[in-house]
Design a protein around this ligand. Structure first.
Ligand SMILES: [Zn+2]
Length: 301
């Protein structure tokens, strides 16, 4: 009996340590919408891999906790913890090498390395595309989708990730699982827009983290408002949580899709730098001729 209890407690501990992430539905939504936003020819390529990417988009979660691979640190960052090293979220250097001049690798793993994981995965995707290594492309494109999704969950970007510092325990799960299951269908598909080729990947990663992490206080307040109406997290509570966070909820999903789309777009243009692809912006006329036919052929599955 005691052993059973210990096992249950161990799994609860494990869930708290490694179980956080948008539910599968959330990650899949961002991935599918991101592919949909791509210019026609590039979209056609990623679309051909979509079902495999969808199957693999949760793989980074599966790797957490395995063989001391530090995978868990790839899924979050607690920028507030950098304060003791003289940084704030606005002043943490964008480049990992710069951070490592002041913070040990061990501390960095403790604080989370999500933006650096995005950068590394992006670079691996570019390499895989250059080699037309379809299996590697699938692995890194799926990993990238997962990490970019996590970077758009505000509670992955704060020390107060589970409301434990403000008396809002388990808000993480309520926001990223319960709300997703009930309300993700209310998020409209992102409007098509001109995608930008990312000029500085390190900077781009951090710009998202800064923007999305600013939503944390509002989520905490919304949780307080919900609890004020019902302390048992029933429909009444979730209606208040939704009404108070729906703009944030929609913004993080839509921005997550745009960001992933621009990573995919930039990776492709970087791997295949035809004269047209060197342009920093996509245009409707350039989209169709953007990728050379030879390159396209090499990438067909
Ligand atoms: Zn994750």
């Amino acid at each position: 009996m005691k052993r059973k209890l210990l096992i249950i407690l161990f799994f609860i501990f494990l869930m708290n340590e490694i179980g956080f992430c948008w539910g599968e539905q959330g990650h899949r939504w961002i991935l599918m919408e991101a592919i949909d936003l791509l210019p026609q020819e590039i979209k056609k390529y990623y679309k051909s891999l979509e079902s495999e990417l969808l199957n693999k988009v949760m793989d980074p979660d599966m790797r957490k906790g395995a063989d001391n691979n530090n995978e868990a640190a790839n899924h979050y960052i607690n920028p507030e913890l950098y304060v003791s090293f003289g940084f704030s979220i606005d002043t943490v250097p964008w480049r990992e090498s710069e951070v490592l001049k002041k913070v040990s690798a061990e501390k960095m793993n403790e604080y989370g390395v999500l933006p650096f994981a995005i950068k590394k995965t992006y670079m691996k995707l570019v390499e895989a595309l250059k080699k037309s290594d379809t299996q590697a492309i699938i692995v890194y494109a799926a990993d990238l989708a997962h990490y970019v999704g996590d970077a758009h969950q505000p509670l992955h970007l704060t020390e107060n990730f589970n409301g434990q510092l403000t008396g809002n325990l388990n808000i993480h799960f309520r926001f990223e699982n319960d709300l997703v299951l009930e309300y993700l269908n209310k998020v409209p598909a992102p409007a098509k827009k001109e995608l930008q080729k990312i000029k500085d990947i390190d900077k781009y990663c951090w710009e998202h983290i800064k923007k999305i992490s600013k939503f944390v206080p509002a989520i905490i307040q919304a949780d307080n408002a919900g609890v004020a109406v019902s302390k048992i997290y029933d429909d009444k509570y979730f209606r208040v949580l939704w009404n108070n966070t729906k703009d944030i909820f929609q913004a993080v999903f839509i921005n997550g899709a745009y960001a992933l789309s621009e990573y995919y777009y930039t990776a492709y243009l970087t791997a295949f730098p035809t004269p047209q692809n060197k342009k920093t912006k996509s245009t409707k006329t350039a989209d169709k001729s953007k990728i050379s036919t030879t390159k396209n052929k090499t990438l067909k599955k």
